[in-house]
Ligand binder design. Structure first.
Ligand code: NI
Length: 387
């Protein structure tokens, strides 16, 4: 059972919706135009219930199958864009300078709308399908906001599924794995207070810049010397700020960065060691040090049986040879993780072909992937809840 015929028949319409979203990108929770169009279309498809304003600007719709059933399958798309100046040169490029759909969420939203249209039209399943459109995936935690708003209980969701396009993977291919698929993403800030002095009198100072540079070097030892070499961790110092003049040793300075891990014990270890290393180096020089470690999106952890099921459905759409069930984890993060912490489910990558990478100013979602993604959603519901 390859691409669903009825889906292929209106793939052009879905591509037109996608291009309209692409032309009108919105950031974070301010996805009012996009969410408005999503809600309006879901109503026009005849969904049984359409609720806006969940997790601030999220939209959820309920589609009941022709027969009743215990299962309620949730499917999620993200609606937000990124603060990037688009350089695709496409006729449907962003009309708002500095905002761009550079992660393909325009495609995700259009595909899930396409699936909702198909499911509301055919209702060839026994149970309930719930389509979830979330704001603020790009750092704002919109997925968490929707879960915290009680979405899962309110709609009785029993399993939840998510999908993201992946440049570099051919169109018509899928990739996923059971267990950790994407990393936890944390942030750290280290502030140093030394003792300011004339740059020609270093012996009167406690040199904040010297201390910060030692901390940057020593932090590389956390992953290299503390984390088990068979585990995964990324520790990147990405910002360092101190000083305003050639001839002044500054009193204050800070450095900031990100930590990516796939396991809680590795995350705990890295958090602890960052603090110990920074405090230890500061103490060695007699400086004051404060460390703030903020946990962000948790690990996106696929549940075993739902992952096997998702892979089987993907295989029905594109052929088993085109589904990689042993995809390597990605150290990027994804706030679908909160939905997977709340309900069993699976996140899957769908090929976007040989395009620029995600978050690149020349990236574009490939409309040829639309029938593939929509068929996956449609078959996921029909296969999981057969009549
Ligand atoms: Ni994304």
């Amino acid at each position: 059972m390859p691409i669903v015929n009825r889906v292929a028949a209106f793939a052009e319409d879905i591509a037109a919706w996608r291009r309209d979203f692409h032309e009108n990108p919105e950031l974070d929770y301010d996805v009012h135009r996009t969410a408005g169009i999503v809600a309006e279309k879901l109503k026009s498809f005849g969904c049984d219930e359409v609720v806006a304003g969940i997790g601030r600007t999220g939209v959820v719709a309920v589609i009941k199958g022709r027969l009743p059933g215990d299962k309620v399958i949730g499917m999620r798309a993200d609606m937000d864009a990124l603060p990037i100046m688009e350089a695709t040169g496409k006729p449907y490029a962003s009309k708002t300078p500095g905002k761009m759909h550079a992660c393909g969420h325009d495609g995700h939203t259009a595909m899930l709308l396409g699936a909702a249209k198909y499911l509301a039209e055919t209702r060839n399943f026994a149970g309930t399908a719930v389509v979830i459109f979330q704001p603020a995936e790009e750092g704002g935690g919109g997925g968490k906001a929707m879960v915290d708003d009680g979405m899962m209980d309110r709609f009785g969701v029993t399993e939840v599924y998510g999908m993201h396009n992946m440049p570099g993977l051919p169109v018509g291919a899928f990739a996923l794995r059971p267990g950790p698929l994407m990393a936890a993403a944390d942030r750290f800030t280290i502030e140093i207070e030394g003792k300011g002095a004339h740059a020609a009198k270093p012996h009167d100072s406690i040199d904040t810049v010297f201390i910060l540079s030692q901390i940057v070097s020593a932090l590389q030892g956390v992953v290299a010397r503390n984390v088990d070499p068979l585990e995964s961790a990324v520790l990147s110092t990405t910002m360092i700020h101190a000083g305003d003049a050639y001839n002044v040793l500054p009193q204050y300075g800070s450095l900031k960065g990100t930590v990516r891990t796939l396991k809680p014990e590795v995350q705990d270890l890295v958090e602890r060691r960052i603090s110990e290393v920074a405090q230890g180096i500061a103490a060695m020089h007699g400086a004051k040090c404060t460390v703030d470690y903020a946990r962000g999106y948790p690990v996106t952890r696929n549940h075993e049986s739902q992952t096997a099921f998702a892979a089987r459905v993907a295989g029905e759409v594109v052929g088993g040879d085109n589904v990689n069930l042993d995809a390597p984890p990605v150290m990027g993060a994804e706030d679908f993780s909160y939905m997977l912490e709340s309900r069993p489910g699976a996140f899957i990558f769908m090929g976007n072909g040989d395009t620029a990478g995600l978050h690149h100013h020349e990236y574009d979602f490939d409309d040829n992937a639309i029938p593939v993604g929509v068929s996956y959603w449609a078959r996921l519901v029909e296969t999981s809840m057969p009549t």
